[in-house]
Design a protein around this ligand. Structure first.
Ligand code: PLP
Length: 361
């Protein structure tokens, strides 16, 4: 008994002219397309009432579980315009699986993979005119599930809402690609063994904001976190994984250990890098390996990666009273090679030898 999505398009679509103006200069996550998808979960009944409707506010009871206890998970992915005018998704089944895993960790109902994929196809088809053209531009898709049960008792919600919204996006960091600087958080951690660090949940981001504020106050773009136990091992940024490039071309990235978010971009880069002849080491990475390596020349490039920003070169690492800059501090050649190789697959400029792309339009 699979749920069917009912389609009720908006009666007030954005005009072609207004949409063209938005697409000419999309910011990140500020403007949303004409439609959204919603499905309801009720204990005993499962998923039901799947609908595609006009984008708009949802009525929320102030006693909804999500508002008090943060029981919610999300995903982030993109639809890419292809050279022939079509539109494709990148490894969407990975997002489906990860959202199910996140849901399990947050004691939320899991949305079956086929319903997740169907909802994406439905919305991207409906709002295909919103997929921008141009370098680094895409339609950002945000699926999420939140606890809707009304009541202040602390227990898993017996009901939930799945929603999918879409936002045309340009480059995540506006302007030409420039290396970002990182603040090495001394006080805060993002994740601890047994915690929720491997799940994509709102609370992780809420908990990272104060550290991000501290990074900005110290003149840095982003924060980078160390492990909670020893405060020594590199973990990740607030929302991106991290790689070091060594002077012999080896890539090093923190291993998946339950405290970092297993990025799909991270996984894709590991695959591409190996195919391009690089050795890739997934292991614990001492932050001093970076600090010392930046001085003695062993670490030549550092970059962060995630769906939103793809691959972002990292310039300076800063901490109270100190700074390390790997390589020249400018975008590295291996960083840029990997970035281009990944984007060439996503934008259909290179052959999809891994079967990563899922054609939607
Ligand atoms: C989403 C996310 C990433 C990147 O994952 P991708 O699948 O590559 O987009 C990395 N770290 C955190 C904390 C995240 O939430």
């Amino acid at each position: 008994m699979s749920m069917q999505f009912a389609v009720t398009p908006t009666d007030h679509p954005t005009s072609d002219k207004a949409r063209a103006e938005i697409l000419a200069n999309p910011a990140f996550g500020k403007v949303f397309t004409d439609h959204m998808v919603t499905a309801t979960y009720t204990e005993g009944q499962g998923w039901h009432d799947g609908v595609l409707t006009a984008y708009g506010p949802t009525l929320v009871d102030p006693a909804s579980v999500v508002l008090h206890y943060g029981q919610t998970v999300f995903e982030g992915m993109k639809a890419y315009r292809q050279p022939d005018g079509g539109v494709s998704l990148f490894r969407p089944e990975r997002n489906a699986r990860r959202m199910a895993k996140s849901s399990e960790r947050l004691a939320l109902p899991q949305l079956p993979e086929e319903l997740f994929l169907e909802s994406l196809e439905l919305l991207v088809k409906q709002d295909q005119a919103w997929v921008p053209n141009g370098e680094g531009a895409s339609l950002y898709l945000r699926p999420f599930i939140w606890a809707t049960e009304v009541g202040l008792g602390v227990r898993p919600s017996a009901s939930a809402l799945y929603q999918l919204i879409a936002s045309p996006s340009g480059n995540y960091f506006s302007g030409p690609l420039r290396p970002v600087s990182l603040w090495l958080s001394q006080e805060y951690t993002r994740s601890a063994p047994g915690g929720t660090g491997a799940a994509k949940c709102g609370g992780n981001y809420a908990a990272s904001l104060i550290a991000q504020q501290e990074a900005i106050a110290n003149g840095c773009d982003q924060v980078v976190f160390l492990d909670a136990g020893e405060h020594r091992w590199l973990e990740e940024l607030g929302g991106m994984n991290i790689f070091l490039v060594l002077d012999d071309g080896t890539l090093v990235t923190p291993e998946v250990s339950g405290t970092i978010l297993e990025g799909i971009t991270r996984d894709s880069i590991i695959t591409i890098a190996k195919d391009l002849g690089h050795t890739v080491e997934e292991r614990r990475v001492d932050v001093d390996e970076w600090r010392k390596g930046a001085v003695d020349g062993r670490v030549v490039e550092v970059f962060a990666c995630g769906t939103a920003a793809v691959i972002t070169p990292i310039g300076a690492l800063r901490w109270p009273g100190g700074e390390a800059v790997a390589g020249t501090g400018e975008p590295g050649t291996i960083t840029m090679k990997l970035r281009n190789a990944l984007m060439d697959v996503q934008y259909g400029r290179a052959e999809d030898t891994y079967g990563w792309m899922r054609r939607v339009v």
